[in-house]
Design a protein around this ligand. Structure first.
Ligand SMILES: [Zn+2]
Length: 308
């Protein structure tokens, strides 16, 4: 993928004025990524293959438990250990933004431990935000590009949207679906990886768990695409729900509509993507659909609940 990443960053993103990365940062970033991915995936593969070598096909359940445990540990480790390797995180300074975010999170009983700003502008002029953590360990991180280009009401609307994902249990649901998917992958592996047909199909004469696993992962790739379509559909539905939550919580859909418009304008989003592209790749609905849905919330609220 490296040639495509280079072309994307230094040709396409550069052409439209988004790229802020220089060659040195790009190289160091890739080296860090490969090192982290190599250690994690290498370690996990080692554990799983050792399990299969020792326990045979019964290892799938232990393999799944190990993978699930590692992915849950990563939810905690990624924002606190891995993210700071790439970005500088600092608390959002005192001021109207901080005050109003804290007021909103108290009102919505959404305890945040840290409200951070990320120096995303060192790499790209595109804006983003996310929140991580569970229970009382919640952290919200806003890109500096987001803070610099949006008004306080718009930023609050974006945060209300994130709180909506939490309040509507999207985060827990996505985690459970991900682990069930992993369970199916392991269950399928226990049926497939030692079948002679699998090795014959790929013309491989060496029968072993590690070759079987590699062939099995190639075999299930089409299913992964289909599953991705389903997961993307759920994700887009959740985005509408979080938008709706934000509009209702703030009693006004307009700040979020403004924020969405500004985000699409600043990042030159495609306003009318082909529906096939949306279903295959989009985790978020096209912005026009989101704005229309938000306006519908507003008109329902104006009419009142009785007239429907
Ligand atoms: Zn969202």
């Amino acid at each position: 993928m490296l040639p495509f990443e280079i072309y994307h960053t230094f040709v396409i993103e550069h052409r439209y004025g988004f790229n802020r990365t220089n060659v040195a940062t790009f190289i160091v970033d890739r080296l860090k990524e490969w090192l982290i991915a190599g250690l994690l995936l290498g370690g996990l593969t080692f554990i799983i293959l050792t399990l299969f070598e020792n326990f045979g096909l019964r290892a799938w359940i232990v393999g799944w438990i190990c993978s699930a445990a590692i992915s849950i540990i990563l939810i905690y480790v990624a924002p606190t250990v891995i993210l700071p390797l790439f970005f500088k995180l600092s608390p959002v300074p005192d001021g109207p933004l901080r005050d109003q975010v804290i007021e909103l999170s108290l009102r919505e009983r959404f305890p945040i431990r840290e409200l951070l700003v990320i120096d995303g502008s060192r790499r790209s002029s595109k804006a983003n935000d996310f929140f991580t953590g569970f229970g009382s360990n919640k952290r919200i991180a806003l890109y500096d590009t987001l803070i610099n280009n949006h008004t306080v009401p718009e930023l609050l609307a974006v945060l209300a949207h994130e709180i909506g994902h939490f309040k509507k249990h999207h985060i827990v649901r996505h985690l459970i679906i991900g682990q069930l998917n992993l369970l199916l992958v392991f269950l399928g592996a226990s049926f497939c990886i030692s079948r002679p047909e699998l090795f014959e199909t790929f013309g491989v004469s060496v029968h072993s768990y590690y070759v079987g696993f590699a062939l099995y992962l190639i075999l299930i790739r089409p299913f992964a695409v289909l599953f991705g379509v389903l997961v993307n559909y759920w994700s887009r539905r959740d985005e509408f729900e979080a938008d709706r939550f934000a509009a209702e919580t703030l009693g006004d859909p307009n700040p979020l509509i403004q924020a969405l418009k500004r985000l699409s304008k600043d990042s030159l989003s495609n306003l009318t993507p082909h529906p096939l592209l949306v279903s295959l790749h989009f985790t978020h609905p096209p912005v026009l659909a989101r704005v229309q849905a938000l306006r519908a919330v507003a008109s329902v609220n104006r009419k009142g609940p009785t007239s429907n």
